[in-house]
Ligand binder design. Structure first.
Ligand code: GDP
Length: 361
């Protein structure tokens, strides 16, 4: 069995865009991620959704099954979407790649009852500073009094089926969100009224509880990425990997390990890597490259499966010696056929930035 087959990638050398979720506490970030994962599991063939370490991959065929007529897979060559599992601002700001945000695109979750709150404003500033494109998920539409649920339906269909009174009330909430976005300097509208997503923010009414609007959310993310980010997704899929450390964890049988999101190239079990540490770059050899074991096999007590190679974009666990000083948010680089000193210098330069950033927070 080929261990690399579930690393979603295409011959074109296009990687999966990395998606982050931001927003005010209790507005539904975690629920939304759970719903996306849940819908993908239900719609996907068994195993079609790939569980990564720290992230969830939703391949294009699953996106198109969830999104139905909203996504024609023939129109896309990006391989799907990779959602970072940890929502929130801290995770977003610590996870960087080459000076920018690790996430290529963000979902700003806003509770329709609650509108803009302090952390919504903060999220907007963070997204603005990092120049990260985003969409707004106007969440909890099912809480509008009188709302008739149509589970997992596209939002326009369920919106149009509501009574005039329900629709009016939702409209008011949505327009106040659009007004607040305008105050923050962003032109926005309900996504189905937008022609141009480059200068306008799409607002997508959703319910993380009932799944309404989830097809639209996936369709809009996929469309945005395909239309405006394709060039950034062009990578050398066989080149030496570059990634960012999500977490440094002790793991039974492996010692200290790194949970890494890889955004470029590949990591192989035979690679030498340079890792950002508290006292500067660490040069070490990969001892094991790990991904989660499929759910069906989870009872075999071992949670991880060793693989020979993983390609971006992907979440993975790397076991290696000498990781005591490794830091979350720091870079990981594969050396492969490059000059070791150059790679160490690269990591050193990025570490300087990481240190400055955490100093500011
Ligand atoms: P987070 O703090 O942004 O991650 O928010 P959570 O996902 O933990 O959600 C906060 C609360 O809102 C929880 O009790 C959720 O069950 C609830 N919630 C989230 N999304 C929805 C939704 O679309 N509809 C309803 N009715 N409740 C929701």
């Amino acid at each position: 069995k080929d261990d690399t087959t579930d690393t979603i990638q295409t011959d074109a050398g296009l990687r999966t865009p990395i998606v982050a979720v931001l927003g005010h506490v209790d507005h539904g970030k975690t629920s939304l991620l759970d719903k996306v994962r849940g819908s993908a599991v239900i719609e996907g063939e068994a195993g079609a959704i790939t569980q990564h370490i720290g992230a969830t991959a939703v391949p294009l065929d699953v996106v198109s099954q969830v999104a139905g007529s909203l996504v024609d897979p023939e129109e896309f060559d990006l391989p799907g979407l990779l959602f970072i599992d940890t929502p929130g601002h801290h995770s977003f700001t610590t996870l960087r790649s080459r000076g920018g945000a690790l996430a290529d695109i963000a979902i700003l979750v806003v509770d329709v009852n609650d509108g803009f709150q302090p952390q919504t404003e903060e999220a907007i500033r963070i997204l603005q500073d990092s120049q990260t494109p985003f969409v707004v998920a106007a969440n909890k539409v099912d809480t509008v009094p009188g709302w008739q649920v149509d589970e997992d339906a596209p939002i326009k269909q369920t919106y149009e089926a509501q009574s005039d009174r329900v629709r009016q009330q939702l409209d008011e909430s949505l327009y106040s969100i659009i007004g607040e976005l305008s105050d923050a300097g962003f032109s926005s509208d309900l996504y189905w009224r937008l022609q141009n997503f480059q200068n306008n923010i799409g607002v997508i009414p959703v319910s993380a509880k009932t799944g309404e609007g989830i097809p639209d959310l996936l369709a809009v993310l996929m469309g945005l990425a395909q239309r405006y980010m394709k060039e950034e997704m062009e990578i050398d899929v066989t080149g030496p990997g570059a990634g960012t450390i999500l977490e440094v964890k002790e793991e039974q049988g492996f010692g200290k390990t790194l949970d890494v999101i890889l955004y470029d190239g590949t990591v192989r079990a035979s690679d030498t890597i340079v890792v950002g540490g508290q006292n500067g770059p660490i040069v070490t050899d990969v001892r094991a490259l790990l991904k989660p074991r499929p759910l069906a096999e989870i009872r075999t007590e071992k949670r991880f499966e060793k693989v020979d190679e993983l390609a971006a974009a992907a979440g993975m666990k790397i076991a290696a010696p000498d990781l005591e000083d490794a830091m979350a948010g720091a870079p990981v680089r594969v050396v492969r056929d490059r000059d070791l000193d150059d790679v160490v210098e690269e990591v050193q330069a990025e570490l300087a930035e990481v240190a400055v950033d955490t100093g500011e927070e």
